[in-house]
Design a protein around this ligand. Structure first.
Ligand SMILES: [Zn+2]
Length: 178
């Protein structure tokens, strides 16, 4: 159990352990899933640990009794020490960042600034992109030499972003930003 920050222990670890079936932090963390995520564009929200100014607000729910907590910042979710939750946090943040860039009409390249292999896989699993488009996007993402991407391939990347990924993000996130 991290003990360095007592506010963190008192405001986050203690209530979470109390609301869990397990009475130890190390096993209590296994009982929680992320149930919602919102973006506070002005970053004026506080994490339940007391940390000020979080932008991505995560909410967690206990699998056994349905108790929910939040908002929690991504750094605190990562302190749960669960790879699956940390990966979910990463994908959620990528969704918000990509959506913002699309709405601001930024030029989006298929590189690590916005994408990751896990994020592409998530888009497939959620039905945002077809199997064929997923394979294509992954190939292009994996290309080391991005200059080798042809004009035709670039148009296809842009089309997948504009006609598949953008509407998906809009459906998912439009009501989650404030
Ligand atoms: Zn926190």
């Amino acid at each position: 159990m991290p003990r360095r920050n007592s506010a963190y222990t008192k405001n986050l670890i203690e209530p979470i352990v109390k609301a869990s079936v397990s009475d130890r932090w190390e096993t209590a963390v296994l009982e929680w899933d992320i149930c919602d995520c919102e973006e506070d564009e002005s970053a004026e929200t506080n994490c339940m640990c007391g940390h000020e100014g979080i932008r991505y607000l995560f909410y967690i729910r206990n699998r056994n009794n349905g108790t929910t907590f939040g908002p929690i910042g991504s750094e605190c979710i990562k302190k749960f020490g669960r790879k699956d939750l940390s990966s979910e946090v990463d994908v959620q943040e990528r969704m918000f960042r990509l959506y913002e860039a699309i709405t601001k009409r930024e030029y989006i390249e298929l590189d690590t600034k916005f994408f990751s292999r896990k994020f592409l896989l998530y888009l497939l699993e959620q039905g945002a992109v077809s199997e064929g488009d997923y394979g294509f996007m992954l190939d292009m993402f994996n290309k080391r030499d991005k200059d080798g991407i042809t004009g035709g391939q670039e148009r296809k990347i842009n089309a997948v972003i504009a006609f598949s990924i953008k509407p998906f993000l809009q459906r998912r996130l439009a009501s989650k930003r404030k």
